[in-house]
Design a protein around this ligand. Structure first.
Ligand code: AMP
Ligand code: ZN
Length: 478
């Protein structure tokens, strides 16, 4: 049985049912996602993989916020740069968000995140959002003012149950028109924002406008799952006001329960400050790949701490992650090469393997404890390596198979083996080459040259031939 810490009750609770519906708050596609954002997406991936490993069926959605203040500003800038190119601002918005959406999917793939079942985009669910606005008005918890519609939080008796905000501080009758605001400043929040015809807008009974960010997730969850869901995830910064407001909207608008389990992952920090776009202290996945970091090392680094703990992004932590990955790869290859002998499997090792698999699953079942699961993995590696030492790298096929199956079992959650560099040119180098070719095709020569230099530093030069580009290892005299 899986136990997960529920932010709502502040305690661990068992996960019940066999089909689990999960929703994870995804990116705002106004920029490349940074590695802090990826902490929360990889956390969603670990949850998904752990539940599947434990035999649950999972339906998992991660949204894309493709309309909000930031994306709209980007669209406006596009139209200013190239006047007359876009039929209207909505067109410009789509053009502005498309490359970031594409990059996001590419990055998920690079980090070996298992495909989500749904990726709803906010702009494709406007009718559902307007339907929710009308439901809330009918229920008497929402009101219109100057063409915008607000949620009257005083009408919801248990408002604040997730974040436990102090409702005494509620400034009754005052409201927020922006999506983000502070915990100490609890007010009515905007569901639908009036927007002049010159802005990105949709028609509504309240005049032209666009959805507030919080409304988007509530409406999309209802459209996709048609009822309450089992688990909702996001970073801790989303507890208030985003998730608090989702609860208020969904419970009042659709009636009944909304989410059973709320899961929040802590932040990735840089020098003890949250990595964020606004603070400017962020690295995108692309930045790190360009510096020669490997995706599997980043993945391992993010798994090495429990999701409820803050982690600092540091060179030292990345080195440790690299060592962890290398241990796994070298044992995997050693095991492959050692499958030499016929004969019976080593019974002791078979038992050790079985125990390790069980223990690994049990650690994850206890609130996704990835650091303890990794400790099980490394203890198993120690035993396996000493067996290989003792047997001089020659094992019965059945024993080698047992070893590989056990690593595969771990990897169903860790997700590292697929990223292992293939013989010859490593997968990461090939990826850099692919990216450089894409940059060249897009005439982004600055980026293409930067990637060429990264490859040179890694010891490879690019040969552009009629049949395509290839990498050649630079010969050294040593
Ligand atoms: P945003 O694009 O800022 O809306 O964030 C998208 C997701 O990334 C949300 O679930 C955030 O909570 C999460 N997130 C943002 N910054 C960090 C960080 N430094 N560490 C972990 N998660 C983060
Ligand atoms: Zn959301």
């Amino acid at each position: 049985m899986i136990q997960l810490f529920n932010t709502l009750s502040r305690s661990k609770e068992p996960v019940e049912g066999s089909l689990l519906r999960i929703y994870s708050c995804g990116p705002t596609v106004y920029n490349y996602a940074h590695i802090g954002n990826f902490r929360s997406y990889i956390f969603a991936d670990v949850l998904n993989r752990t539940l599947r490993l434990a035999g649950y069926r999972v339906e998992h959605a991660m949204n894309l916020t493709d309309v909000d203040d930031k994306t709209i500003n980007g669209a406006i800038e596009l139209t200013q740069k190239e006047p007359g190119k876009y039929a209207d601002l909505k067109n410009a918005l789509a053009a502005y968000t498309a490359p970031f959406t594409e990059a996001f999917f590419a990055d998920l793939k690079t980090l070996n995140v298992v495909k989500f079942d749904y990726h709803p985009r906010a702009t494709e669910y406007i009718p559902a959002m307007l339907d929710l606005v009308e439901r809330l008005i009918k229920k008497g918890v929402a009101y219109e003012q100057d063409g915008s519609v607000y949620y009257r939080i005083g009408e919801k008796k248990d408002y604040g149950k997730l974040s436990r905000v102090d409702l005494e501080k509620n400034k009754t009758g005052t409201r927020y028109n922006t999506d983000e605001y502070d915990k100490d400043d609890v007010r009515d929040f905007v569901l639908w924002k009036a927007e002049p015809q010159t802005g990105v807008h949709w028609h509504s009974a309240h005049g032209d406008g666009r959805p507030g960010w919080h409304l988007e997730c509530s409406a999309m969850i209802h459209e996709i799952f048609k009822g309450p869901i089992d688990i909702h995830t996001g970073g801790v910064d989303l507890i208030f006001p985003h998730h608090e407001n989702e609860i208020a909207q969904s419970e009042a608008g659709y009636g009944g329960a909304f989410v059973k389990h709320w899961l929040h992952c802590e932040h990735l920090l840089v020098d003890n400050r949250k990595m964020s776009k606004s603070a400017g202290n962020f690295y995108t996945l692309r930045d790190l790949l360009n510096q020669g970091k490997r995706p599997e090392v980043i993945r391992y680094f993010l798994l090495a701490a429990h999701y409820s703990q803050k982690i600092n992004f540091s060179a030292d932590a990345l080195h440790q992650a690299e060592a962890g990955v290398e241990k796994m790869y070298s044992l995997w290859q050693r095991g492959e090469r050692a499958a030499k002998k016929a004969g019976e499997a080593d019974a002791d090792f078979a038992q050790t393997s079985l125990d390790a698999r069980k223990k690994f699953t049990a650690e994850l079942a206890d609130d996704l404890n990835t650091p303890r699961a990794l400790a099980v993995v490394h203890e198993y590696f120690r035993v396996a390596n000493s067996l290989l030492d003792k047997e001089k790298d020659s094992l019965p096929m059945a024993t080698a198979q047992e070893l590989q199956e056990t690593i595969r079992h771990f990897d169903r959650v860790l997700g590292l083996i697929d990223l292992m560099p293939k013989a010859g040119i490593g997968a990461d180098l090939q990826q850099l080459l692919d990216e450089r070719n894409a940059a060249r095709a897009a005439k982004d020569f600055v980026r293409a040259d930067a990637l060429r230099d990264t490859l040179l530093k890694a010891g490879y030069k690019i040969l552009d031939t009629k049949t395509g580009s290839h990498l050649e290892k630079i010969k050294t005299d040593a």
